[in-house]
Design a protein around this ligand. Structure first.
Ligand SMILES: [Fe+2]
Ligand SMILES: [Fe+2]
Length: 165
């Protein structure tokens, strides 16, 4: 089975490819097809991290509170940008502005996760836990095809940390 950090990296690579695909998409139909799949994947990924990764990080590392606070704030900014794009006509200036906000917030966030959060988690979680969380991650995706049954909403970072520490 896969280690959860490898599965997260796979998703991050998919996000970078998704945004690159948007550069090549032409016309409303192509833009909609690429963006809707990418936006949904971003939402499911953040929800999966908030349910499966960060609660375990919070219980293990001294730096986890700050890292988690940053991550929830970033996830909220990405969710807000996705919601802002949904309120605009695909391909319009307002839509591109919101999509670019999602892109730049996401790029910054991936770097923080890859350079701070995941290294910290690897240091504090043994391979058995990483594999067990990897299995939970795959099950979560399997149980919520195309996000079925999930609702995506911003979370209060302080409350999240309190509830999951
Ligand atoms: Fe992530
Ligand atoms: Fe994240």
């Amino acid at each position: 089975m896969d280690d959860i950090t490898a599965l997260i990296l796979d998703d991050h690579a998919a996000f970078r490819r998704g945004f690159a695909r948007l550069d090549d998409a032409r016309g409303e139909e192509q833009l909609t097809a690429v963006w809707e799949a990418l936006a949904l994947h971003l939402e499911i990924h953040a929800e999966a991290e908030e349910r499966i990764l960060y609660p375990h990080l919070l219980k293990r590392s001294d730096d986890a509170e700050e890292e988690t606070d940053d991550a929830i704030r970033d996830h909220n900014k990405i969710r807000d940008a996705i919601a802002a794009a949904a309120a605009q006509k695909v391909g319009s200036d307002g839509w591109w502005k919101a999509v670019w906000e999602a892109r730049t917030e996401n790029s910054e966030h991936l770097t923080e996760e890859e350079d701070e959060v995941l290294p910290d988690f690897r240091k504090h979680a043994d391979m058995a836990l990483r594999v067990s969380l990897g299995a939970q991650w795959l099950t979560f995706y399997g149980e919520h095809p195309s996000g079925k049954g999930l609702t995506f909403h911003d979370k209060d970072p302080k409350r999240y940390i309190q509830e999951n520490s």
